[in-house]
Design a binder for this molecule. Structure first.
Ligand code: GAP
Length: 593
């Protein structure tokens, strides 16, 4: 039987409707509403937190567990030297223009892109953006006042704080989870038994003081990233490309974007590597892993593509980068970036911290090489540096290895905790000698798949949004994949009757015991309860009626969300049957009543 009358409407679901549904049904809403709300901060309600948790679990299963990578959980506040080294203190800026009339701040590149033919204004130098604003007579998106002549400033997106009392120890809320992995590399490599390649993942909050947060959870000031930093020996390590070679992908390479009539290319991962469209086989490998994963969590593959960054668009650390993009109401949004970060981060942290961000690589045959070493005179360093003498030795060793020309003069300069010190070269025991070596210390390269969880949650909801008509009434439902749906099954007593309620509660308890996420609902008429579950995307509803409790094998009605088809199933088989459907081993359509 079915209460379904029409196929899902072809109307394009709109973000406005979704945002309203999200608030009404507890997916997400602007935070601190009691105090007027605050731009760029969102709270995930009960449904949203469950959906987000399921998406994160699915990501962890695929990118940490199935790939054999390690997961860590680092602090979200990190000291200033970390971001001096990473380049975020100097280079993590957006272009800010302020309206002379209403005082509202806007991203200058967005004002340009939204009102001219420029597609990549972010890559333009600031003076050029100022010129474009003047030339096109662009106006404030809030009040319409002219912006020509207004200065465009570089605005650093990091939230600053102080660590401990006073302001002597500045810190920042991390703008990406990645740095929490990079700074721990000297320890993490030990856990990986000093063997490349290895990967480290982290799922956690990142913070960016966005100039103009917009489009609900798509651009916020606090969001969740799921990142994998995969460390490789660029000369030796190769990905298992064969396992993803046949994955079909839609690519939009930079070369096509630069053409007037450029187009997306439909190809396979294998072919794209062979013809050089994707230069790095490692980036290609992770695109090949990501595509079916996005499909499995409910991203519509007809509204999905990988787009290569244009050269001016790439972050300061990236040698190449492809974004996973989803189409939302006619616009493409970036859900993830797959960047080849080369040895940028590890080299920078080595340089700034003096620690070893290298891996020892054994040669096949020992080699004779020239090596710079130090053998410092401790009778000089001890009295001079006291408790820091050993740290000075470490600095000298690292410097000799990194830059032997630093020892060319009478003194050599080292940095210790932000202070520079001059040491007579004769006290360092600096020497260059031939050595037979079994291997060398190399700085690994990094490939980084970096997923934004909030944008993915938004896409999954948007792509699942449906409207149709059931029993003469309009219905809205979310066609969420059972793997991520916040609730798998709703259980209802047909009426408010003690016996029915008790039986329904028992069934709900049995289903929970089987590991399914269950909601029990006895308020309102049964049609309204179905609509409620449809709107939050619950794949199945079970209704307990008098037949269920009065007849020995009366069974219960199980209704499927998308088709609204209903089947009568035995109560004692319910946990097993629904678990098999949840696991993808059984289809509702194939069930015998
Ligand atoms: N570690 C690399 C990195 O952070 P990114 O492209 O700046 O790269 C990765 O960010 C992902 O984080 C983006 O693809 C996006 O999904 C998400 N993201 C970035 N800024 C965001 C914001 N303001 N609000 C929500 N998600 C954001």
């Amino acid at each position: 039987m079915s209460e379904h009358e029409h196929a899902a409407s072809a109307d394009e679901p709109t973000s406005e409707k979704l945002v309203e549904l999200a608030k009404r049904r507890g997916y997400f809403f602007q935070s601190s509403g009691a105090y007027g709300g605050v731009g760029g901060f969102y709270t995930f309600g009960p449904q949203g937190a469950a959906l987000k948790g399921n998406v994160e679990d699915a990501w962890r299963d695929r990118f940490a567990v199935a790939e054999g990578n390690m997961e860590i959980d680092a602090p979200t506040i990190m000291p200033e030297p970390v971001f001096e080294a990473s380049g975020h203190l100097d280079g993590f800026d957006d272009m800010l223009v302020e309206c002379p009339d209403c005082g509202e701040s806007h991203r200058a590149d967005h004002v340009v892109e939204d009102n001219t033919d420029y597609e990549d204004a972010e890559s333009l130098p600031i003076p050029e953006v100022e010129e474009v604003i003047a030339e096109y007579e662009l106006v404030c998106p809030t009040c319409g006042a002219g912006l020509a002549g207004q200065a465009v400033d570089a605005f650093n997106l990091m939230f600053a704080t102080n660590i401990g009392p006073g302001d002597s120890d500045p810190g920042y809320l991390r703008p990406e989870t990645a740095q929490g992995i990079f700074v721990e590399f000297p320890r993490l490599k030990e856990y990986a038994r000093n063997q490349l390649p290895f990967g480290v993942t982290q799922i956690g909050r990142a913070y960016r003081n966005e100039i103009s947060p917009r489009r609900s959870i798509i651009r916020t000031r606090e969001f969740t990233q799921a990142e994998l930093e995969y460390f490789i020996d660029p000369e030796e390590d190769e990905p298992d490309l064969e396992s993803v070679a046949d994955v079909k992908v839609t690519l939009y390479p930079a070369s096509e974007q630069n053409k007037e009539d450029g187009e997306e290319i439909r190809t396979t991962i294998g072919a794209a590597v062979d013809d050089g469209t994707i230069a790095s086989p490692w980036v290609a490998y992770f695109l090949g892993v990501a595509k079916p994963w996005y499909d499995a969590v409910g991203v519509d593959m007809d509204r999905f593509r990988f787009r290569q960054h244009l050269s001016g668009e790439r972050a300061h650390y990236a040698a190449d980068c492809w974004d996973a993009e989803s189409e939302i109401d006619g616009n493409w949004i970036e859900m993830a970036g797959f960047a080849y970060r080369s040895d940028y981060d590890l080299s920078k942290h080595a340089e700034h911290s003096g620690d070893r961000f290298t891996i020892f690589k054994q040669y096949d045959e020992p080699k004779t090489v020239e090596r710079a070493t130090v053998d410092p005179d401790m009778s000089y360093l001890g009295p001079e540096f006291g408790g820091d003498a050993q740290a000075v030795v470490g600095e000298l060793e690292a410097l000799a290895e990194r830059d032997r020309s630093a020892f060319d003069g009478d003194t050599v300069e080292i940095e210790l905790e932000g202070e520079s010190h001059e040491i007579p070269v004769e006290k360092t025991g600096f020497a260059v000698a031939e050595q037979t070596e079994a291997g060398e210390h190399i700085v690994p390269h990094v490939i980084e798949p970096s997923f934004g969880v909030d944008r993915l949650v938004y896409t999954v909801l948007h792509h699942a949004y449906r409207e149709d008509e059931v029993a003469g009434e309009e219905r809205t439902f979310l066609e969420l994949d059972p793997e991520v749906a916040p609730t798998f099954v709703g259980v209802f007593p047909l009426q408010n009757d003690g016996e029915l309620e008790e039986a329904a509660r028992d069934i709900a308890a049995d289903l929970r015991e089987a590991g399914l996420s269950v909601t029990y609902d006895d308020s309102g008429n049964i049609g309204r309860r179905y609509r409620r579950q449809d709107e939050v995307g619950t794949p199945f509803c079970v209704t307990v009626d008098y037949e269920s409790i009065e007849q020995d094998e009366g069974g219960v009605t199980v209704r499927e969300r998308d088709s609204t088809d209903q089947k009568r199933l035995a109560i004692d088989e319910l946990p097993e049957t629904l678990s098999a459907i949840r696991a993808g081993d059984l289809a509702f359509d194939d069930l015998e009543e």
